[in-house]
Write a protein that binds this ligand. Structure first.
Ligand code: ADP
Ligand code: MG
Length: 442
């Protein structure tokens, strides 16, 4: 293979990888890599730091073998050099050293993710209190604390808040915050380098509080479960606090029953979609952080229409801030409607028809849409129908008489159904989960 063919190989590999990862992952990890030198036997790649090398080998080893030369032992024939800023002024590049075990992939805590900035309401109060409890007395209350909930509802925010609080109030304790992906990579490396004992030793002696984000990435990685369980048990036995977040509850993760059991050992806390008043407060708080004042009725207007998750709300506030500053406008309903046209339309479009609601309810309750529309009054069907009516009243902005007519009911039946479900939702966690799943399907 000639040199130019090899760099072509690298270009082809990049094209291949680009079609298989997110744009952000490509930009962060793969785009900065440069070919420093290439021979038919070996390629020398310039990487900005050690993690890029690890990312590349962990995620693309097999693919690299397909595009680049391979050593006799089947490993991709790649040498890595770190292209540090120092190296730029110094023409002699330093060959990459093996990672030192202390050089951990800890996540930097987001400075805005603090308890003070977390607006509470009925659906997230419990998680916030549990987080504050754990932060006040690490290792002495619930261990592990397992936080689960849908995307963009504040799991990472609470996790980082715990980290900040402990850093500031228990200065002697060493907090390590890590994504599950990075944690697995670390395990993979240490298993490969036969340094798993060193890694365990590191966690045993250097870490007092372990914050693990997005444990759902451990699904389908059965071979790491065993090590992961040992690690958790080891830390918990030493009263070291563990907090884990997930988009799914432990018993519904695709993991072994044993690991699910361990994750449920301490406290499992659910983070739900904030209701209207909390969403209004979140909008105003996010705007205030940006030095902007959103009047109550405007915040209310936005909160009514953007209701899937908080990240979306935050996006709307950011967009509004940017537009108002740019155009030097004051915020009022007209400006909001114009600035957020796309977002509001998406949300409205996503919640248009009773039919969609019925379909989503039918899937979760495993009944037929035609039965939901019919008059059969078995307990299951009647209950499912009431949930559909509750959701229709909550989501669809139409006169109640018209909505009720879509169910062939009177408007007082619809109000009764909606109120009944609303009351049940205050105490019935399983029902809250079901409704959340239905909302997501809608
Ligand atoms: P998740 O990890 O659950 O996907 P994040 O923690 O990343 O969600 O939250 C998404 C965004 O929403 C963050 O910017 C976070 O600050 C914000 N957020 C979520 N819930 C709240 C809340 N109750 N109060 C203030 N901000 C919140
Ligand atoms: Mg998160």
């Amino acid at each position: 293979m000639q040199a130019c063919e090899i760099s072509d190989g690298w270009t082809q590999f990049l094209e291949y990888a680009k079609s298989r990862c997110s744009l952000a992952a490509f930009g962060n990890w793969l785009a900065p890599i440069k070919v420093f030198n290439s021979t038919p036997e070996e390629v020398v790649l310039l990487v900005p730091n050690i993690f890029v090398k690890e990312y590349l080998l962990t995620n693309y080893k097999k693919d690299l073998c397909a595009f680049l030369p391979v050593y006799a032992d089947g490993e991709p024939a790649i040498q890595f050099m770190v292209d540090s800023p120092k190296a730029a002024s110094n023409p002699v590049l330093q060959p990459l050293k093996e990672p030192v075990i202390e050089e951990k992939r800890s996540v930097k805590l987001n400075k805005n993710y603090r308890f003070e900035n977390f607006i509470e309401g009925p659906t997230n109060q419990f998680v916030k209190s549990a987080g504050m409890g754990v932060a006040a007395r690490p290792g002495q209350s619930y261990n592990p604390l397992f936080i689960w909930g849908g995307v963009g509802l504040g799991k990472t925010h609470i996790l980082h808040s715990i980290g900040h609080y402990i850093n500031e109030n228990h200065k002697k304790l060493k907090v390590q915050c890590i994504t599950t992906e990075a944690f697995i990579n670390e395990l993979v490396d240490s298993l490969r380098n036969k340094s798993i004992e060193k890694l365990k030793q590191y966690y045993r002696s250097e870490v007092d509080v372990l914050l693990v984000d997005d444990i759902q990435f451990l699904q389908n990685r059965l071979n790491f479960e065993e090590e992961f369980i040992h690690m958790i048990e080891d830390l918990i036995n030493q009263n070291k606090q563990i907090v884990i977040t997930s988009d799914t509850r432990p018993d519904q993760l695709k993991i072994s029953a044993r690991l699910a059991g361990r994750l449920e050992w301490g406290l499992v806390a659910h983070l739900g979609v904030p209701e209207l008043e909390t969403r209004v407060a979140i909008i105003q708080s996010k705007a205030e952080l940006k030095g902007l004042d959103i009047p109550g009725p405007v915040a209310f207007f936005m909160a009514e229409r953007i209701h899937l998750n908080v990240r979306q709300l935050e996006g709307a506030v950011n967009k509004l801030c940017a537009e108002c500053r740019l155009m030097n406008m004051n915020i009022n309903l007209e400006v909001v409607e114009k600035a957020l046209k796309d977002m509001l339309q998406i949300t409205l479009a996503a919640s248009v028809s009773v039919e969609q609601i019925l379909k989503a309810v039918a899937i979760v309750f495993q009944v037929r849409v035609s039965d939901l529309k019919g008059s059969c009054r078995t307990q299951k069907l009647a209950f499912a129908r009431q949930i559909a009516m509750y959701l229709a009243k909550k989501i669809i902005k139409q006169p109640l008489t018209i909505l009720a007519a879509s169910f062939c009911k009177t408007h007082s039946t619809l109000i009764y159904a909606a109120e009944r479900i609303e009351n049940l939702l205050k105490t019935d966690e399983d029902l809250r989960d079901q409704v959340e799943i239905i909302m997501r399907n809608i």
